[in-house]
Design a protein around this ligand. Structure first.
Ligand SMILES: Cc1ncc(COP(=O)(O)O)c(C=O)c1O
Length: 272
């Protein structure tokens, strides 16, 4: 692991480096990105940085210093041709009073590079009873307030699944804790709209651009009629779902296979 914070590469990436009063630590006042790295090159970095700006704006953080972020990315990648890794870029409100109110210190900027392992081709998912709030202030933002995802994922893992799937307050299919969902009904590839409260996933957007699919919000029960389902994310790419709760699904189904092939063919286009 390599870590860079506020302009400096840390001699020991795991040594303590953030103030105990950092607002990201005390109240989850921060935003982040996870970026795939292949052979030392970041994938779709520009899209991730665009989303980082959007998340920071949505949270009311000061404008992100993109040049500084890019310097941090270059510093952790320098001289290390990691075959498969993950960059984690985090921007927090910086040191602040211990309550919810922000201080006036500069934001904390952190870039970490770590190795990543490949997910299996197929997986299982479990629906969780906690709704995503599509009307909340955090809807669609990639914030460091991810404790709800931690609880949901732990519940899914107890049921032998690798991902938890949320409906939103309207009862519509929304997303996973760290992935977007695609499904096929009547031969049509579909995925929830961004109004569902799901994150505007970089992988989701690329699958829609490179392969196509209809964005639509439907009751989560629609998946009972799905002939195939797959998850998409920075770490999973396109991953077929073989079991959703107690229902077995063909995995990978024919559409999933096609999407995965398109993904593998096009991915190199966006490696910097
Ligand atoms: C809540 C949530 N939804 C969806 C995704 C997938 O987004 P991306 O494809 O940009 O990784 C993520 C990524 O970690 C996520 O945290």
């Amino acid at each position: 692991m390599r870590a860079w914070i506020n302009g400096d590469l840390l001699p020991d990436a795991t040594a303590p480096a953030v103030s105990v009063t950092d607002h990201g630590l005390t109240v989850g006042d921060g935003v982040f990105e996870a970026v795939k790295v292949v052979d030392g090159r970041p994938f779709a970095l520009d899209r991730h940085l665009e989303r980082l700006h959007r998340s920071a704006r949505g949270l009311g953080l000061p404008a992100v210093d993109e040049d500084a972020v890019r310097r941090g990315v270059a510093a952790v990648l320098d001289g290390d041709r990691l075959p498969l890794g993950r960059l984690r870029i985090t921007v927090t409100g910086g040191p602040a009073p211990l309550g919810s109110g922000r201080g006036d210190a500069a934001p904390t900027l952190i870039v970490v590079l770590d190795a990543m392992s490949v997910w299996p081709d197929t997986t299982s998912v479990a629906t969780v009873p906690y709704p995503r709030n599509e009307r909340g202030a955090m809807a669609g933002l990639k914030t460091t307030s991810y404790a709800e995802n931690v609880v949901a994922l732990a519940a899914a893992r107890e049921r032998g699944a690798s991902e938890a799937i949320f409906a939103n307050l309207a009862g519509h299919l929304c997303e996973g804790t760290g992935s977007n969902v695609f499904y096929v009904v009547d031969g049509e590839l579909r995925t929830p709209t961004l109004a569902s409260g799901c994150l505007a996933g970089v992988t989701r957007a690329l699958v829609l651009e490179w392969y196509g699919g209809r964005e639509v919000d439907e009751p989560i029960e629609v998946v009972e009629r799905a002939s195939e389902v797959f998850l998409v994310s920075t770490t999973r790419d396109v991953q077929a779902v073989a079991r959703w709760d107690d229902r077995e699904l063909p995995a990978p189904g024919p559409v999933t296979t096609e999407v995965r092939d398109v993904w593998r063919r096009r991915e190199p286009d966006l490696l910097l």
